[in-house]
Design a protein around this ligand. Sequence first.
Ligand code: ADP
Ligand code: ZN
Length: 736
Amino acid sequence: MNHESTEDPLVILKRIFGYDAFRPFQREIVEAALASRDTVAVLPTGAGKSLCYQLPAVMRSGLTIVVSPLIALMKDQVDQMVAAGVAAGLLNSSQNAEDARETIRALDSGRLDLLYVAPERLMTDDFLSRLGRWNVAALVVDEAHCISEWGHDFRPEYRMLGTLRDSLPAAPILALTATATPRVRQDIASQLRMREPAIFVSSFNRANLSYRVVPKSDSLRQVSEFAAARPDESGIVYCLSRKNAESMAYELKSSGVEALAYHAGMDHETRTANQEAFIRDKVRVICATIAFGMGINKPDVRFVVHADLPKNVEGYYQQTGRAGRDGLPSECLLLFSRGDAVMLSRMIDQSDDEQAQAIARAQLDRMLAFAESAECRRADLLRHFGEEWTGGNCGNCDNCLEPRETWDATLEAQKLLSCIYRIVQKSGFSVGWKHVAEVLVGARTEKIQRWGHDQLSTYGIGKDRTRQEWGDLGRQLARKGLVAMSEGKFATASLTQLGLDTLKNRQQVLLSRGWPGENVASVGSQKRAKVEKEACDEGLFEVLRAWRRDLADQRDVPAYVICGDATLRHIARTYPLDLQSLASVPGIGERKRADFGEEIVGIVEDWLTEHPQMFFDTGEMPTRIPERSKKSGASVKETIDLILEGIPIETIAQQRGLHPTTIYSHLAKAIETTEAGKSMRLSDWFDSVEAAKIQAAFEETGWITLTPAFTWLEGTVEYNRLKIYRAFCRRDGIAH
Ligand code: ADP
Ligand code: ZN
C-alpha cells in the first residue's frame, strides 16, 4: 500500500511518529534495514527498538513481518501503529477467527505494511505457502535471544525460524533483543542464517533510572511510605514469594494506595485482569513475583521496588529496566537485608542439581556484592554486562549522591591477607572464611589443631575483632579483587595477584564504612535523586492526563497508545495554541494531530483562560492568550452553525474531515462558553429518563473524568454523550 520512499527517514520520523531526532543507533539500524542488510541490534529496554523496524516498514513497499513471542503485546503495538496512521495487523492464537480472516484478507489485497505474528503461527505450512503472495519485503525477529539456547529464555518454537531463509530468500532479516552476550549474538546470526550481518550494540546504561539500595527494616511500611510519597505515579513492587506479593498489596491498599497482586499462583483470569488494570491505570501499583513483566511495555512505570533481594543481577537489571521506558526519570529501589540472602541461600541448598546450585550460588554472591557495594551502582551494573562506565560520578545513584565514608583498613587487610597466605603456605590448600576468621581470633577448633594452624604467626592476631567482622572484611576485600573465591558450596579464599602485591608492598587499602544510614527506615522522605522530571505546569498536565484517560477508555486501549507522558509534559510546558505549534510537540505525528489536535489546543486555551497566573516558566501571561485563538474558535463556531442547521454530527465530521469525538468536543465547548451554546437545551439532547440516569452516575462518581460515570452506567451511554451532558451541567452551574 505504501510506496518506495526516497525521503529522508528523519522526515518520516517526524511525520508519522512526531519525533525530531533519532535515538542512538536508530538511524543506523533504519538505514541498514532500508539497504536490505541483515542486521542484529542489541539495545536495552526503552531504547526504542520498535521504531527501528516500524519506520522502514512505512518507508518501503511491501510487507514487513514481525515475529514476536509476546502475544499480549501485539494488540497494543498494532493499536499504537494504527493511531499513528500506519496500516498494521496481527495474527496470533488470542484472536478470534473473524479477526484472523480479516487480517488475511487485508494481506491478500496488499493493504498492510506491518504484520505482527506469533512464531508458531508463522511456521505453519498454510502460512508459509501464502507468504509468496504477500510481497514480503523484510522479516523482523523481536526478542531474538529466544532463538539461542545460550540465552536465558530459549524457546523451541524460535528454532524453526532458521528455515525462513528458504521461504523468503530475498527478504533481509532484522533481529532485535535487549539481552545478548557475544555468544548469543553469534548464535542469533547463525541460527537465522544471516549474511554478513551489520551488528549494533548500544550501551546498557539507563541514564533516566536512579538506583538506590536501602536497608530493609519493615518492608511493608517502607514500601507503603514510598508509594504514598509518589501519589500520581505507577510502579511495580517485586516480591520473592506469592505470599509476600499478596500481603504487600493488602498493606498498600489499607494505607490508601490502589494496588493489586500478580503471581503465578492466581488463576489465569484474575492474573490477566490485574495486569490489565495496571496497564490501563486502574490501579497504580502492582505487587508481583518475577512472573510479572515479560510482555509489559507500559512506558510510564515510574518506580520499581524490590522488596526482597533478587536472585541475580541479570534479573534485577531486567526488572528495574521496566521502569521509565519513556525516557523520563524513574526510580529503582532495593530493600536489602542479609536475612534475605541467607534465606535464598537455603533455597539453593535444597536443589539437588549440583551444577545448577553452583551457578545459583555464584549469582547470589554477585547480587550480594552489588547490594553491599559502596561503588557507583551504574558502574557496577554495567560492568556486569561487560561494559565499562567512564562517566565518573553518575549523580543518580545512592552511592554517588551520598558517598559512603571510607576508613583506612590497611592494617586489617594486612592481617587478613597474610593469614590466608600463611594457611596456604603451610597446608597447601585454601580454606573458607569461617576458618580464616577462627585463626585470626585465635579460636581452638578441632581443625585448627589438626592442621596445626595455631602454630601460624597470624594465629590470634585479630582478637580485637569478632569472627563476623573478619568475615565481612574478607568479603569486602574479595569485592575489591584482592581475594578470589572458589565456586561451590564450600567456597574457599585465596590471594589474587593484586592481593599478593598489596600484601608485599603494604599498599593502602580504603574500605567503606558499614551500611550508610542504617537507621533510615523511611524511604519516602529521603532525598530524591538529582535528575528531576523536566518541570511543567503540573495542573495542566493533570487535566491532559484526565483527557487522555477518557479518550483511551473510549477507544478501549491503554493510555500510552494515545500518547506518552513526555508528550503531555511538553504540551504543559509550551502551551501550544494552534495546530502549527502542536506540530513541534514530540510524539504527535500528522495523524494524531488531525485526530485530536484541536481538542488539545482547546484544553490548553481553557486552562490558560482559567489560570492565567499559572503560566509556567515566566510567571506571566503570554500575550496571545486572552483573545481565544481565532482558528480553533472559528472551528468551534463552524461546527455549531452546522449543528444548529440540524446536520447530524457524523455527517459534520465526515464533511470536515475531523474525528466525531472532535465535533462532540466542539459542541461541549460551545455549550459551556459561547452565545450560541446558551440557546441550546439539555432536553433537546436527552430525554428525562436518560438525563436522570446520567445525573445519578455523575453525582455518584464525580465530574472530573468521564470514565467512572461511563463504568457506573455499564457502558450504556457513550462517552461523547456524557461529555455533552456534563457541558450542559457545567454551563448551568450544576456540575461541581
Ligand atoms: P524498546 O522496545 O527498545 O524497549 P520501545 O520501542 O518500546 O523500546 O520505545 C520506548 C519508548 O521510546 C516509546 O515510548 C517510544 O515511543 C519512544 N521512542 C522511540 N524512539 C524515539 C525517538 N526517536 N524519540 C523519542 N522517543 C522515542
Ligand atoms: Zn552512581
